[in-house]
Design a protein around this ligand. Structure first.
Ligand SMILES: [Zn+2]
Length: 196
């Protein structure tokens, strides 16, 4: 059997979705002051190229609320909390650049394909008291075609948001796990299929 053949059947880690030899799950879990509330689309959530999952895995304070499950519809209002600042991390004409915020923050992060995330973001933006914010992260490695230079993978967008909120340690941690994940996934892809 060729190495290529062995890679093809390599099972994936159920947590990080990388092939088992590439698993990144031994990385630390760090808390954040701002509460990251990850809202992935159910269809995208199991995709190995989904990087939002890294926030759920390696930020110990991250909350996960999967959108679009037929058996368990998500009540978006249940994501809101009294006396907290709710920020929606998604670019748009009404998005303000993110900076430090006083008091408790809930950072709502839609995740999925660009179209799925946009649909979730427009639902979240209609909730009372939710303000749309944007970050301008530097270019980062990606597993998906971005379509536009201001679109970065979710893990890198969250890291940039944590930086903007004044939390460089968990930001750097998430960014470095994401870089490792993307590099390993790209390497595995190179072995699985020729680059286009
Ligand atoms: Zn893993």
């Amino acid at each position: 059997m060729t190495p290529r053949g062995r890679r093809r059947v390599a099972p994936r880690c159920v947590r990080c979705r990388l092939h088992l030899p590439d698993c990144v799950c031994d990385a630390a879990r760090l808390p954040t002051r701002a509460r990251v509330v990850l809202v992935p689309h159910a269809v995208d959530w199991d995709q190995p190229s989904n990087t939002g999952r890294l926030a759920a895995l390696f930020l110990s304070t991250c909350e996960l609320a999967v959108f679009g499950r037929r058996d368990r519809p998500l009540d978006l209002e249940s994501l809101l909390r009294e006396q907290q600042t709710h920020l929606l991390l998604h670019p748009g004409p009404d998005a303000a650049p993110l900076g430090p915020v006083d008091g408790p923050v809930r950072l709502l992060v839609p995740d999925g394909s660009w179209r799925q995330a946009g649909r979730i973001a427009s639902r979240l933006a209609r909730l009372p008291g939710v303000a749309r914010v944007r970050v301008d992260p530097p270019p980062s490695p990606a597993l998906r075609r971005a379509g536009s230079p201001d679109r970065v993978a979710t893990a890198f967008a969250i890291a940039a948001a944590l930086d903007a909120l004044g939390e460089p340690a968990p930001a750097a941690h998430l960014r470095s796990v994401a870089e490792v994940m993307v590099a390993r996934a790209l390497r595995a892809r190179g072995k699985l299929s020729p680059p286009r």
